[in-house]
Design a protein around this ligand. Structure first.
Ligand SMILES: [Zn+2]
Length: 274
């Protein structure tokens, strides 16, 4: 199973177009950037699945030749997997709407929220609802499972909030499993138990402290992100390789290369699970 991180920033990327904070200025001056958090995963190197479809999806596909189409118009992209319906996780579907065949896998609540937004109205997608805890087959090699992870409904969604609005995605090939969890408000025993069995965990690296998002008028917890200053001890006792993704432009870890035994993900990073 091959993973490629296509983006590792939270919504807006790094630098953010309207922000002149220290991290954004530093990235701007050095010509560095992080696209919004997304990955590509494949079990055979031929069929690929996007884990989140961000507003950066065009640039992300262009950045990774295995995702380029084959003549005349055959894309190796077979599906999109969504852990939540936040705009930075799903707005890329708008750019993929010409796809002849694309399956979108997410819980029923996430699919309902995405479709309620209206922007997917022209999309010829196969909407594939996931039932919590049940493995489904993506192809001969890969299987997918969603497990509840405390989070929130997307801000644009008008209906009632469901516990299915945010999940951890587990992707398995044979005995190897990876988990994608870019949004977690707080851990649960069930989730912790499931994460103990994974080989690699892509985890919520949004903020360091709860007060970091004051400019949006909310605490990190209110935005369903568990601050790293509190989650790191919990992460450190899990057995998996841990890689942070969805890193907000405000996060001071962007000035660091190392964070103990937890890795700071970067765009283009690859993980092979044999
Ligand atoms: Zn900034």
């Amino acid at each position: 199973m091959r993973w490629r991180l296509l983006g590792t920033a939270a919504g807006g990327g790094l630098p953010q177009w309207n922000c002149a904070c220290r991290n954004c200025e530093s990235a701007r001056l050095r010509g560095e950037r992080r696209l919004q958090a997304s990955a590509a995963v494949s079990g055979d190197g031929e069929r690929w699945y996007l884990v989140h479809a961000t507003p950066d999806v065009h640039a992300q596909i262009a950045s990774f030749p295995p995702l380029w189409p084959k003549p005349p118009r055959r894309s190796p992209l077979k599906g999109v997997l969504l852990a939540n319906a936040d705009l930075d996780a799903c707005l890329g579907l708008l750019s993929l709407r010409e796809a002849a065949e694309l399956s979108v896998f997410a819980t029923g609540a996430v699919l309902d929220a995405v479709r309620s937004s209206g922007f997917t109205a022209q999309m010829r997608a196969a909407w594939r609802p996931l039932r919590l805890g049940e493995w489904v087959r993506l192809d001969e090699n890969l299987e997918l499972r969603a497990m509840m992870a405390p989070g929130k409904a997307p801000l644009y969604f008008q209906g009632p909030t469901s516990p299915e609005h945010n999940v951890a995605l587990f992707i398995r090939r044979g005995r190897r499993t990876a988990a994608w969890l870019p949004t977690l408000a707080e851990p649960t025993e069930e989730l912790e138990g499931a994460l103990r069995g994974v080989d690699v965990l892509f985890f919520d690296g949004t903020v360091w402290s709860d007060e970091e998002l004051v400019h949006v008028g909310r605490t990190a917890r209110e935005m369903a992100h568990w601050p790293l200053s509190e989650s790191l001890p919990w992460l450190s006792q899990l057995g998996a390789r841990r890689i942070l993704v969805h890193i907000n432009n405000t996060n001071p870890i962007l000035e660091q290369d190392l964070l103990g035994d937890v890795e700071i993900g970067c765009d283009g990073m690859e993980v092979l699970l044999e």
